[in-house]
Structure formats: structure tokens, C-alpha cells
Design a protein around this ligand. Structure first.
Ligand code: ADP
Ligand code: NI
Length: 204
């Protein structure tokens, strides 16, 4: 089987599996990450097959994904085997998704170039306009309010900008991702400026 067919078959399986995912790891998140990862991989001269496969599979084993949807790493291995992915490539893909999916505190130097790219693509989908949308969606699903200027609520959506989103630009592994992150970071900053100005009601 050629690599295009392998990717297509695995994509069909994963997207079907994630059809009813509601924690922000739905198939459209995967599709955005896949596209971004392939774009970065082309610029960074990485192995496109490994990057694309790992991007498609990156959230399937995450403990945040609904239990009825999540599969374990052995099942991913079986899936790859069934699609005739050779052992060397299987191991490369499995190492990547195992390292990034659980948000383990792994040393980024330990990630392969392909792993770094998938991680960058995943992080890019957490910033910019889509990142903001995902933040409010996640927050809402946890019953959090959008903002609390008195900080009486420990968790509100705006807090997540400071806890995570604004830090991601400096955590990018590749030059290509850093470039994309800069624009999205600026968008986050402008968004916050507008948010506070509306909140504080500075009307003419
Ligand atoms: P992924 O595994 O795809 O990187 P996460 O599982 O960490 O993403 O989070 C899914 C989405 O929800 C991301 O956009 C992330 O920024 C957002 N998110 C995660 N934790 C919180 C939180 N405590 N409050 C608001 N948004 C959150
Ligand atoms: Ni993800």
C-alpha cells in the first residue's frame, strides 16, 4: 500500500472515532493540526509521512479525551500494523504520540524533529482566533465564567490566557511555527486589550 492510501485509511478511522468528541479534540482540531503540521514539515524538511500520521493520531490516546472514544497505545500500534506501516515507522509515530499526548513534562530535546513539529502544530491551534474559541468552549464546558476582575473565582477563561496561551509563542520548537505564532500572539494581545476596554466600559 502506498503512503497516501495508508494515511487516508487511518484518517477515515480516526475522524469517525472522534466524530462525537466534545472536549476540544474533535476531528476538526485534528484536521487543523494535520494541515499545520504538514505545512511546517515541508518548510523544515522533515519526514512528511511520520508527521502526518502522528498529527492524525496525536490526541487519540489522551486521557482528556472521552473514555468511550479514547483508545490505548497498543490499539494504535495494531491499527498501524493493519495498515502495513513498517516497524521502524510505527515506532517513530508511537514515540511521538506517547510523548506529547499526555502533556508529560518531557524534555523537548528528546523529541524527534517530526515530534517537535506535531507539538508546534498542536500548540498553534491553542492560540489565535481559534485558540480563543477553544478556550471559551473548554471553559464553558467546565462551568467557568468568562472573567472575574476580583479574582474570587480561581478559574475563569481569561485566566487561561495567562496560564497558557500567552506562553506558547516562546515554546515553539521550529522557526516556521515561531513565525506563525508571532501573528497569533499579537492577535491574543489585541483581543485582551479590546476585552478589557469593553469590560471597563470606556464609552464616549
Ligand atoms: P491539546 O491536547 O489539543 O493540546 P488540551 O487538551 O490541553 O489541548 O486543551 C484543549 C483546548 O482547551 C485548548 O485550546 C486549551 O487551550 C483549552 N484549555 C485547556 N485547559 C483549559 C482551561 N483550564 N481553561 C480554558 N481552556 C483550557
Ligand atoms: Ni491536540
Amino acid at each position: 500500500m502506498n503512503s497516501k492510501d495508508i494515511i487516508e485509511r487511518i484518517k477515515v478511522y480516526v475522524y469517525k472515532q472522534l466524530e462525537h468528541e466534545e472536549t476540544g479534540h474533535d476531528k476538526w482540531h485534528i484536521e487543523r493540526v494535520r494541515k499545520l503540521a504538514v505545512f511546517i514539515a515541508e518548510k523544515e524538511n522533515a519526514n512528511l509521512f511520520i508527521v502526518e500520521l502522528a498529527a492524525i493520531l496525536h490526541d487519540l490516546i489522551d486521557d482528556k479525551v472521552n473514555e468511550s472514544i479514547r483508545i490505548d497505545i497498543q490499539d494504535v500500534e495494531l491499527l498501524l500494523k493493519m495498515q502495513e506501516v513498517n516497524e521502524e515507522d510505527r515506532n517513530k509515530v508511537l514515540t511521538i504520540i506517547d510523548s506529547i499526548s499526555f502533556r508529560k513534562k518531557i524534555d523537548q530535546k528528546e523529541l524527534s524533529l517530526e515530534g517537535k513539529i506535531v507539538q508546534d502544530a498542536d500548540r498553534l491551534d491553542a492560540i489565535g482566533a481559534i485558540g480563543i474559541a477553544r478556550t471559551f468552549s473548554f471553559s464553558g464546558s467546565r462551568g467557568q465564567i468568562i472573567y472575574d476582575p476580583e479574582q474570587k473565582n480561581e478559574h475563569h477563561a481569561i485566566q487561561h490566557f495567562y496560564d497558557k496561551l500567552l506562553k506558547l509563542k516562546d515554546l515553539m520548537n521550529t522557526e516556521t511555527a515561531r513565525h506563525i505564532a508571532e501573528e497569533r500572539h499579537l492577535f491574543l494581545q489585541n483581543y485582551l486589550k479590546q476585552f478589557y476596554s469593553e469590560w471597563n466600559g470606556t464609552l464616549d
